[in-house]
Design a binder for this molecule. Structure first.
Ligand code: FES
Ligand SMILES: [Fe+2]
Length: 313
């Protein structure tokens, strides 16, 4: 891995450079989220391998700040790619540049615009360096996209029927990019909407009284509902079974409120948050990831008669 790739980079987007690049096309999308969630998502390098598994296998941050971030991304086929994302906050604009690998020089410029309080439009423009010849476009660049057959199948599903093997490299690449970005934004939409719901829910539940006891239900019934999410006072918890024992642990990730209830429990008694991969021990609630916060403390579970009861007394 060449660490010099990121040396002497400017932390601001150089808009004048766009004229020297070759514009290949754009992808546009309306999203049911606020501009705040969208900008948060742009800065969030950590979600890439967890939320966008088909595009990223891993990511190692090199540096980040208000200006954006630089990281080495690991692609699904294990090749690595130096990525830089620069943000122009005032303009709700960000530019991603690939600085190494087959796609070196590829730039993705994104403009977000608020439509209503909870709706935005994003316009994503794709650029290549002008120096790329058609041969390079065809032989080199298309390698990092889907093989033609697979691409044709997904394109048809999307209603793009005019796909042909004789498409120019630019058309093939643009079509493949449209597919890839529709998947990426589907995944981001789920993450951003889920986070907004979690924030709203937390605000609403902040006024709830904290009980000392809560009946979860009749044991046999609860067994059929696992994992079962319950509201106990201000917080949500997951009631589950692990190795034949009842367990209860917080459902909201302390990092960014990710849905812990979506995780299976692994053989070591750990759950993994689906948004950024932080892991937690379900019995102690302790974080198993470097620097991560612990899960919120959980009540105790007891069987009273034939009912499962959560309690703090
Ligand atoms: S929300 Fe980020 S790891 Fe859970
Ligand atoms: Fe994303």
């Amino acid at each position: 891995m060449n660490s010099l790739v990121f040396e002497n980079r400017n932390d601001e987007i150089d808009y004048d450079r766009l004229g020297g690049l070759c514009f290949i096309g754009r992808y546009e999308r309306r999203l049911p989220v606020s501009i705040v969630r969208m900008m948060e998502n742009a800065y969030d390098w950590e979600h890439l391998p967890h939320v966008h598994e088909s595009s990223f296998k891993g990511i190692n941050l090199v540096e980040d700040g208000k200006w954006g971030w630089r990281a080495v991304a690991i692609l699904p086929d294990s090749r690595s790619q130096h990525l830089e994302l620069l943000v122009d906050r005032a303009q709700s604009y960000w530019a991603t540049t690939v600085l190494s690998g087959d796609a070196k020089g590829f730039e993705i410029h994104t403009q977000a615009k608020q439509v209503t309080a909870n709706e935005i439009d994003v316009v994503i423009n794709f650029y290549l360096p002008k120096a790329f010849s058609k041969v390079l476009l065809g032989l080199n660049i298309s390698k990092w996209f889907l093989p033609f057959k697979l691409y044709k199948k997904v394109a048809e599903k999307l209603g793009i029927n005019n796909v042909s093997a004789s498409d120019s490299p630019e058309t093939s690449i643009l079509n493949a990019l449209h597919y890839q970005y529709s998947v990426l934004y589907d995944e981001d939409e789920t993450l951003m909407s889920g986070r907004q719901e979690a924030i709203d829910r937390q605000k609403k539940n902040n006024n709830l009284e904290s009980p000392t006891r809560l009946s979860i239900g009749q044991v046999g019934t609860v067994l059929k509902q696992l994992p079962k999410v319950v509201q106990f006072g201000k917080h949500r918890y997951v009631v589950n079974q692990w190795k034949g024992e009842w367990v209860i642990y917080a459902a909201d990730c302390p990092h960014m409120l990710g849905p812990i209830e979506e995780s299976d429990i692994d053989s070591q008694g750990r759950v993994t948050c689906p948004w950024h991969g932080y892991q937690f021990d379900i019995l102690s609630g302790k974080s198993c990831s470097d620097g991560g916060a612990d899960l919120k403390g959980a009540p105790t579970l007891s069987i009273v008669g034939d009912h499962l009861v959560a309690h703090t007394d």
